[in-house]
Design a protein around this ligand. Structure first.
Ligand code: NAD
Length: 495
């Protein structure tokens, strides 16, 4: 199969075409339900998107199935060429994509420009390189007279289902490794945030052969579950809620599909007496509230050792109260709103129940913003106990709790006493202590004296109910491929 970039600088669609799906290489209007797309920063309707109909989802899966034969036989170099072209297209259209990401999620435009767009392009570039230098077991004669070798082959048609917190970045995490490994895809963005990936669809249609990547919009129970139940889909990859992961597992069991689940998080942050408190305050102010806390790795569950507890609560409270949001000038804002009124109300109800407990103290925040949009004040709650709902459950909003501890082993036990297992951090100036704690934490990632930092080269994914399977890194290429053993029996020995 010839894989080449058909145009050097693929241009994206005009605003009126943001609503076209990508099916079998064609940009087509949806024929299903029409859903309003809201700007969470104002609460106003941005546009309306017609979702994919049952027939269109079927057409997308069949197109991916047909395209698999050709795409799975391309060389890593050919696939890398396509991924590099996608990265270039993202950069060439960076301003428009950032603007859509900002409008659709409400996040500050300068942050979408500075963080989301470069990180998205980097993921495509990483997988373009990684697929060309994969490593594995040596070929050899493990049975006399027979040579064995191992292949890694693509799985088939992958249905990828994404959340709303970082629409383009999550699309890249799902699309890039799956395409690099030789799979074909049907990608479904969140029903709340389809605009940026739909705007990129014309460029994708120019870069990739028809059917290799299809994009369909729609809700989870409709389009999502049709994809998960489809017999031609061989693998389902989800980033989303634990309950969604459970539903997908149940449905995928019927056809024994491979699954890749990146679910929620409730990251513990252990702060020892010997930590650099200024760095902790700055780190949590940034990484506990980034994206209004709508991040599965958000530094949201602090365990503070008794010697620094009061100072940390006081200084962090002041710092959190200074986080700017809902200001007219974009560059004045550090965080955006919650994605919807429903999500804001859900966050508010968590905080309300927490403050109904006499031992929990409001340090700052704890109210919805009174102006337009779905903003919630950056909130810090102290005096929380391990068994409190606000310590145990994912809030997915700008809410951080503090729990006091005396012995470090107690903090590690509490940190591990969670259904979640995605991300964690420990803050201390004693490296021996940091390494011991990092070794005992049951989380997919542990940061030392920082939090939230991601690298395309490093695996990201959870343990326990945070799911399984890795995004980013060459581990992800393995998740999107299957190991096969090829064994050849030899004829007579030469001598
Ligand atoms: P969600 O589970 O409601 O939705 C995620 C996606 O799943 C959406 O596209 C939705 O349409 C789809 N979906 C819902 N029900 C479905 C069904 N029955 N069948 C098929 N598809 C279905 O999650 P959300 O509210 O969009 O995102 C927030 C959640 O995502 C949080 O729990 C957060 O922690 C998690 N998350 C995890 C990671 C990670 O890397 N682990 C990253 C980002 C977000």
């Amino acid at each position: 199969m010839q894989v080449e970039t058909k145009r050097r600088n693929p241009k994206m669609s005009e605003p009126t075409l943001y609503s076209t799906l990508l099916i079998d290489g064609q940009l087509v209007a949806g024929e299903g339900l029409v859903e309003a797309i809201i700007n969470p920063a104002s609460g106003e309707v941005l546009t309306a998107i017609a979702e994919a109909s049952l027939e269109q989802v079927e057409a997308a899966v069949q197109a991916a199935h047909r395209a698999f034969v050709g795409w799975s036989r391309t060389t890593p170099a050919q696939r890398a060429t396509a991924l590099l072209a996608i990265a270039d297209a993202i950069e060439q259209n960076a301003e428009q994509l950032a603007r859509l990401e900002s409008l659709n999620c409400g996040k500050p435009l300068h942050l979408a420009r500075q963080d989301d767009i470069p990180a998205t392009a980097d993921v495509f570039r990483f997988f373009a390189g990684a697929v060309r230098c994969q490593q594995g077991q040596l070929a050899g004669e493990y049975v006399p007279g027979h040579t064995s070798m191992v292949r890694r082959d693509p799985v088939g048609v992958v249905a990828s289902i994404a959340p709303w917190n970082y629409p383009l970045m999550m699309a890249a995490w799902k699309i890039a490794p799956a395409l690099a490994a030789g799979n074909t895809l049907v990608f479904k963005p969140s029903e709340h945030t389809p605009l940026s990936i739909l705007a990129l669809a014309p460029a994708l249609a120019q870069i990739l052969p028809p059917g290799v990547l299809n994009i369909v919009c729609g809700g989870g129970e409709g389009v999502g579950s049709q994809l998960v139940g489809h017999p031609r889909v061989r693998m389902v990859s989800l980033t989303g809620d634990i309950v969604t992961g459970q539903k997908i597992l149940q449905s995928a069991a019927r056809t024994l599909k491979r699954t890749h689940l990146e679910l929620g998080g409730k990251a513990p942050v252990i702060v020892c007496n010997d930590a650099d408190i200024e760095a902790v305050v700055e780190g949590i102010r940034t990484h506990g509230y980034y994206n209004a806390g709508q991040d599965c790795t958000a530094a949201c569950r602090i365990y503070a050792q008794a010697g620094i507890h009061d100072r940390l609560v006081r200084e962090l409270g002041d710092a959190v109260a200074s986080i700017s949001f809902a200001r007219k000038k974009d560059s004045d804002n550090e965080i955006g709103p919650l994605i919807s009124a429903r999500q804001r109300d859900r966050v508010a109800s968590f905080v309300e129940r927490a403050l109904g407990q006499p031992h929990i103290e409001r340090v700052t925040g704890a109210a919805a913003h009174s102006g337009a949009g779905f903003y919630y004040q950056p909130t810090l709650l102290a005096g929380c106990k391990q068994s409190d709902e606000i310590v145990q459950r994912e809030v997915f909003g700008p809410v951080v709790t503090v729990t006091r501890f005396d012995q470090l082993s107690q903090a590690v036990d509490w940190a591990n006493d969670s259904e979640y297992g995605l991300a964690s951090s420990v803050w201390t100036q004693n490296l021996d202590k940091a390494m011991q704690v990092a070794g005992r934490l049951q989380y997919g990632c542990t940061w030392i004296n920082t939090h939230f930092m991601l690298a395309s080269e490093m695996p990201h994914g959870g343990l326990k109910r945070s799911g399984y399977g890795k995004d980013l890194s060459s581990d992800s290429l393995q998740d999107y491929s299957v190991v096969r053993h090829i064994m050849a029996r030899h004829g007579q020995q030469l001598d």
